[in-house]
Design a protein around this ligand. Sequence first.
Ligand code: PEP
Ligand code: MN
Length: 340
Amino acid sequence: MIVVMREGASAGQIEHVVERLVEDGFKVHRTTGNTQIILAGVGRPDSFDVKEYEVLDGVTEAYRISSPYKLAGRNFAPEGTVIRFPNGVSVGGEEVVVMAGPCAVESREQLFASAAIVKHAGGQFLRGGAFKPRSSPYSFQGMGLDGLKLLREAGDTTGLLIITEVMEIAQIETILPYTDCFQVGARNMQNFNLLRELGQVRKPVLLKRGPAATVEELLLSSEYILAGGNYKVMLCERGIKTFETYTRNTMDISAIPVVKKLSHLPIIGDPSHGSGRRDLVAAMARAALAAGADGLIIEVHPNPEKAVSDGAQTLFPEQLEALMGELRAIAPALGRRLAG
Ligand code: PEP
Ligand code: MN
């Protein structure tokens, strides 16, 4: 923590800042420049607010020099976190995983057909929402428990891992036996109570970035899960709100290397929600891989034009096949390998 005092700041103002730094748990080092006093607070207090220093009398600037996230920060595991799943799949290592499936579980036929498509294309995870966060309360809300049972059955039949969304604390216990990985959707990235509870489970969590969240806020949200002792957290870039209207969201490809730099947690790219258009999904998937993503989560459906949700961004089966071929060809140039 660095506090730069205004030229001519009084001894009393300087002393007050020093007292505040000491109260917050810092050791204070004082440097006198030509015209200004600079106070360096050294140490790692659990919490302090830079803004509180900025507004003190006699202060011109205050900077945080340590990251606010302790467990999600790169320093916590400099070599990077690898999350191992039951069937030998791991995320965060050399291999790049593909999670694919429909936006929502709609029926047995639809889900089993989707699972066959994902398996055939060479994916590792079957995705599909049984509980759906919909913008309108009148839209399809998901199949609930029946959807979870179908997911588990499709996973066991094909050997694919299951990833499905949890929207509230009460659903954790219901979902737990049926899934291999929880997904926290973009809308719930700052549902801190839900995140805290997911810190108590011992199954991996994919935490999606909120549509208006900064990377720092995403990392701070992951900290809630990590702080509970659940270290199996993957992050996901799924597009953010910008002034661009051509795409549903703006896929922030730069967030991928930023997360890699700031954190040890694996990062997954979601080109489906990131673009909102199936004609852009492949390009965004290739870009995410090139930017360093550890995996991709992609919507695919046996008949996307009949999908009950997110049809426009959902790939036709043959489009997923073609994309997988491209990704398989690109990965080695990046020192990676497509899993499977
Ligand atoms: C989804 O994966 O279908 C979904 C609802 O994603 P997001 O939370 O990113 O909107
Ligand atoms: Mn969707």
